[in-house]
Every structure is written in structure tokens, then in C-alpha cells.
Design a protein around this ligand. Structure first.
Ligand SMILES: NC(=O)c1ccc[n+]([C@@H]2O[C@H](COP(=O)([O-])OP(=O)(O)OC[C@H]3O[C@@H](n4cnc5c(N)ncnc54)[C@H](OP(=O)(O)O)[C@@H]3O)[C@@H](O)[C@H]2O)c1
Length: 390
């Protein structure tokens, strides 16, 4: 049973949702005293500096006003036993830490907790994500799907495939092949998207789309040992624009958490159909930050959406910048054509990952690039790049 206080917050959030939904339809943005509106394009950003250092360059993260280091810290490999190199990055001016409950099943957040304990909270910006949101949505629809007739399953699967084709989301250079389960996630999201229309009312929306966010953030804050996130990314790894446009419960949960001072800005991350997701985030008027796949292989699919996001005040962080052109020696060779293009575009005696980050930093519409720096050597090699980008 929700407390009267949380009920009041929920109603306030629902109002925010109605505003957001209306604005999304009209293509406008909100301003006013609703918490969500403070993320809007019309509110003047309050510039906020943290851990400023002349060894680093900084850019504004869209309408958040946060001046973020041009290279930010990826948290995939951070654990309670592997976090010391984060201090070295911070000593050279890095001021943004990115994590999620999914990285190492919580180990990344626990690793960053050791950093957070030793540095003042106003020394850095912190992002975590709601990793369970889209997985849970897909699981709920898959359960319903499994109980349907074969004919209905074929119809839905056909419609989902059509949706992927219409959006061009499976084009090899756009899809990127960043990790093993990527296509499975794309297919599952498309199936959920088409099922939403006919079967959406079979799902307990408040529990599965709102409460799940609140519970995830509470868990993240506890593991991180802090009382707030600067950016909450939800969904973590959106695979379709529908995930941002048909679930106002995301805005309700965000509002509720914001009123409680537990989150400041709403963001989203995406590697599947990242331009479609970024466009949806921009049009929402509520999302202030997006972390999207952007690299020398997919740039022609991404540039327009990045320009539009930047111009609307959405701060864009590029991820998967090195991934498609770099593989560790033990694994595949990476995208040879992409490597060739990168070598032509960036001169100098740099490694392939360094060239990839330098290439991305030339795009003035991006706020930062995220680098999955796994040790002190990679920190030393990558943190210096902003001063060399030209
Ligand atoms: N959906 C999402 O939101 C999502 C998904 C994945 C990741 N992320 C975030 O994004 C961060 C970055 O991940 P990414 O996938 O975009 O990776 P990336 O920065 O493109 O890096 C890919 C790999 O390049 C290698 N590398 C980087 N710098 C290097 C250097 N100086 N020398 C040699 N090798 C170097 C490392 O490979 P080795 O490990 O082989 O050394 C690194 O893992 C993650 O840590 C995480 O925080 C978000």
C-alpha cells in the first residue's frame, strides 16, 4: 500500500506525465514548477563545474548545465577489487562516473562506492541506470506471447519483423554487433512494441513500469553509498523509440524520485536503433541526456539525430566509440573497413582506440565520449586525448 506521501508525489508525477505526454505530441517543451519541467529545453541551464583541471577539457551536458569532462569513466569493468585507476582519472580532471546495476551484477556500483567514500560528492557527477526495466517489459510480453495460438504468434512475429525493417534497425553498420545478445534484444523489444497495442492492458503498469524504477534506484543508491544520482538513465539500453513514448510511468517514477532529491536529470542509453531512440528522447522534452552508440561505422545513421538533440538541449554522450574498430588481441579483428576509415581520418602515432576517441571528440555536437577504461594504463592513454583533439 502506497503511503499518502508517496500517493501525493505520484499524483504530482502523473500531472507531470500528462504535461509530458501532451508536449511530446505537440513537439513543445515544458517550463514551470513541475520537477520534470526543470529538465526542459526552455529552462536556462545553471552552469555547474566540478573537479575542474587544466589537464582536461569540459563541455556542457545539454540543458543540465553540468560541465562534464570530454572523456567520462565507463563502469563496466569496475569492481570492489578494480577501482584505483578511477582516482588517477579524477586527478587528471575526469568528473563523470557511469555505472549500472547490471555491470558485474552490482559489482560496478560497489566498486564506485569505494571511490565515492574517498572523494567529496560535489567533486564528480554520477550516473546509474535502470537495467531491469526493458528486460522486465520483454519478459512480461513473452509470457503472454507463449500462451497465444500459433497463428497469432506468427502474426505478431511478422509485425515485429516489419517494424525492425521499417526502422532499418538491423542494417549491419547501424546495428554494430557490439555484443552477443544484441539482436535477441532488438527482436524482443520489437515484439513487445507490437504487443503493446493489443495486449498491453494485461500488464500491471504501476508495478512493472513505475515501481520497478523506484526499487532499482533505491538499490543503486544503497550499493553506491550516496543519496542521489545526477543522471538516472531509464531505460538502460533502450532498443526502440516506443520504450520512451508509450510508458509515462517512467516520467512518474522520475518525478517522484526527483521530488525526494534522489535523482536530478533523466537520461537514456541505447545501442539498438540509437538514432530512433535519441530522436524520441529529444522530442519528449523531458529527457536531458542520452548515451548512444556513435562511431566511425554508424556515423551516417547518427549525425542528424545528434545535431537535433544538441540543438534541443539534450546532452549526448557517445559510447561504443572504440568497440567496433577495436577488439582485444584474443578476439576478432574488429571492423576492417571502419579501421581503414579511422586511419585515414586521424593521423598520428595513436592506437586504434585512441584514434576512435579523438575522431569522436571532433564532433562539437557531442558533450563527451565514454571510455571503458579498464586499468591505469588505459587511463593514462585516454585521459590526455582531449588536449590533443585539435
Ligand atoms: N547500454 C548501455 O548503456 C551501455 C552498454 C555498454 C557499455 N556502457 C557504458 O559505456 C562504457 C564504455 O563501453 P564501450 O562499449 O563504449 O567501450 P569503448 O570505450 O568503445 O571501449 C572498448 C574497448 O577498447 C579498449 N580500449 C580502450 N582504451 C584503450 C587503450 N588506450 N588501449 C587499448 N585498448 C583500449 C578496451 O578493450 P579491452 O577491454 O579488450 O582492453 C575497451 O574495453 C562502459 O564501461 C559502460 O559504462 C553502456
Amino acid at each position: 500500500m502506497a503511503s499518502p506521501n508517496s500517493r501525493r508525489r505520484f499524483l504530482k508525477g502523473s500531472f507531470g506525465t500528462a504535461v509530458a505526454a501532451g508536449l511530446a505530441e505537440s513537439g513543445q517543451s515544458a517550463a514551470g514548477d513541475d520537477p520534470a519541467s526543470q529538465n526542459s529545453a526552455t529552462a536556462a541551464p545553471q552552469v555547474q563545474w566540478r573537479n575542474r583541471n587544466e589537464a582536461m577539457r569540459y563541455r556542457m551536458l545539454g540543458r543540465t548545465g553540468m560541465m562534464v569532462s570530454e572523456i567520462v569513466m565507463g563502469g563496466n569493468e569496475i569492481t570492489p577489487d578494480n577501482y584505483q585507476h578511477v582516482f588517477e582519472a579524477m586527478d587528471m580532471g575526469l568528473n563523470y562516473l557511469d555505472t549500472s546495476p547490471a555491470y558485474g551484477k552490482g559489482a560496478s556500483e560497489l566498486g564506485f562506492a569505494k571511490v565515492i567514500k574517498q572523494r567529496p560528492r560535489d567533486h564528480f557527477f554520477l550516473t546509474s541506470k535502470v537495467s531491469v526495466w526493458d528486460l522486465n517489459r520483454n519478459e512480461r510480453f513473452e509470457k503472454i506471447y507463449n500462451g497465444l495460438s500459433g497463428d497469432e504468434q506468427s502474426r505478431l512475429r511478422g509485425a515485429a519483423n516489419d517494424l525492425i525493417t521499417q526502422r532499418g534497425a538491423a542494417e549491419p553498420d547501424y546495428l554494430g554487433d557490439y555484443f552477443g545478445s544484441q539482436t535477441r534484444e532488438l527482436n524482443a523489444a520489437a515484439l513487445s512494441d507490437v504487443m503493446q497495442t493489443t495486449y498491453g492492458d494485461r500488464i500491471d503498469r504501476d508495478k512493472n513500469y513505475r515501481q520497478i524504477i523506484i526499487d532499482s534506484v533505491e538499490g543503486s543508491l544503497q550499493r553506491l553509498g550516496t543519496d542521489h544520482l545526477d543522471v538516472l538513465m531509464c531505460p538502460h539500453g533502450a532498443s526502440s523509440p516506443v520504450e520512451l513514448t508509450r510508458y509515462p510511468e517512467i516520467f512518474d517514477a522520475f518525478n517522484e524520485l526527483k521530488v525526494d532529491g534522489k535523482v536530478r536529470f533523466l537520461g537514456v542509453s541505447s545501442h539498438n536503433d540509437p538514432a530512433g531512440v535519441l530522436d524520441a528522447a529529444t522530442k519528449s522534452g523531458i529527457y536531458s541526456v542520452a548515451m548512444v552508440a556513435y562511431n566511425v561505422v554508424n556515423e551516417s545513421f547518427m549525425n542528424q539525430a545528434i545535431d537535433a538533440a544538441h540543438d534541443a538541449g539534450v546532452g549526448v554522450i557517445a559510447m561504443k566509440v572504440a568497440r567496433p574498430v577495436y577488439r582485444s588481441p584474443q578476439s576478432a579483428n574488429g571492423n576492417r573497413e571502419g579501421r581503414k576509415r579511422l586511419n585515414e581520418a586521424v593521423d598520428g602515432d595513436w592506437s586504434i582506440p585512441q584514434k576512435a576517441y579523438l575522431w569522436a571528440l571532433r564532433n562539437p555536437k557531442l558533450s563527451a565520449v565514454i571510455s571503458n577504461m579498464v586499468n591505469a594504463e588505459q587511463v593514462a592513454e585516454n585521459i590526455i586525448l582531449p588536449l590533443h583533439r585539435g
